[in-house]
Design a protein. Sequence first.
Lengths: 329, 254
Amino acid sequence: MVAGSHMLEQGIGELFSSCTADEIRDWNRDHKQRGMVDKVTTAKDAVSRFVNDGMYIAIGGFGHIRISMPLIYEIVRRRIKHLRVSGHTAVHDLDVLIAGDCVDAVDVAYSFAYETRGLSKNGRKAVESGRVKCVEWTNAALSWRIKAAAMGLPFLPARNMLGSDTFKYSAAKTIECPFTGQKLVALPALMPDVSVIHVHYADRYGNCLIRGTLVKDDDLAKASKRVLVTAERIVPDSFFRDAPERTTIPYFCVDAVIEAPYGSHPGNMPLEYYFDEEHIRGYLKAGRDENDLKAYLDKWVYSVNDFEEYLGLVGMKKLNYLRRVEELR
Amino acid sequence: MMDHTPIELMATIASHQLEDERIVGVGTGLPMIAGLLAQRTHAPNLIIFFEAGSMAPIVPTLPISVGDSRCSHRAVAATGLAGIMETGQRGMIDYAFLGGAEVDMYGNINSTVIGDHDHPKIRLPGSGGANDFGSFAWRTIIIARHEKDKLPERVNFITTPGYIDGPGAREKAGLPKGTGPYRVITNLALMGFDELTCRMKLISIHPGVTVQQVIENTGFELIVPDEVGTSPLPTAEELSRLREIDPDGIIIGK
């Protein structure tokens, strides 16, 4: 144990993903490609190469907004097990992984619920039965943990979580500020083994543009050991070269690029298409019964070969409708 | 007078707590509605922050999520969770508007678990941005259901700290000074906090509600001052604005 002399208290939760500042540097020296190489591939290939049982995974977007469903479905289809997941507002993304029995533990900020639609029976049951273990954080805490790793630092100090049971059931510590003596929470860097992020535009090298709120995905791409990107559109190299301020995520963070129009379905994709509420309602209803949930996964995940086939089941009529809803028409 | 639902009454009273030209961070559900209503009535220049990163959007129709595209519609900036919460940590967020399954006499909020943490009776969503907003905002407004077990003496789990266990506790814990719970709005009453004891105190009862009824439905000893006001009924103007915001009654119809 290397706790510093200024450590005051610590949470009792398990630290699922830990890294030192030098481990971050060493990983980036040894494993991240600098060259501009074509990284375009399929979801199947990316998951088979980069996602393994027991990994710590983070998902870009906001749980049911701008989520990478082609990669999530592929993880379920490959029956990846024992994942630990960052739940910085996890909604449908995490719930589908839990439904597929891929998840052992969650760093919870917001999870197991669908905002105005209410709680998810499937997610709740997984925790209440003890199948999925939880450690508590907050949205800012997980964002700053990711930011610490993105900055190459072992932790960031902050002023949230103090005086709460959220702290008590986290793996954070409190420290004294070496300059002012102020009590602060120390949030340990979070370096996910793999992140899956859905973006609006990507080029073949992995430069990405995200429109609308970023949530934390710029930092997430920098913090993660491996980054798999799905994109609504793959654009020519000139798209970023002509206007470099467009680059939300620079190419060298990214390990795989997959073209995936409608890739956030049934989630919202800002400025592209809105939630498929009918689909989500159906999923939540299925989640109330084990057999119905199994039938849902059979139909939408296991029985289709890839995301294109899945979209075939959804149908263009519905997808066009979701574009009109997004455009407030 | 138009008929109104209890939720509509809570939404209007909640909206009254917000001042114009202030920044408010709102959570999912009723807090969202209250912020949008305030903008459409007495506080047209109220600035709403949504935790996924949107600043000062012009929300066109009721969002489903605090992170969906409705929440960043015509915003002045689309940042991220850190962008919003760092702004709060710097002291720029005036109000936080939060809901919770349980709220206790010191305004501590539980939205994490009922029962033991590792073997919960009911698993709730967790903090989301609530702990962050509640730690940083100058004033936190809480919306809750007024039932004995929803307003216990101590919450099962402090997801978001209120005054924790009394005067000075927030500062001792390291939380920014001068912050904390400001109002609690329920289906029966509007409450504030006593300056000396930091305990919840009745301000006004909703029309048709008695003080006795409020006391009976509160799980702790509520401070009842000599003068208790009556909350105003929603105006016809407020009700029609509310129904424009939520035409399908997704939240106000609950």
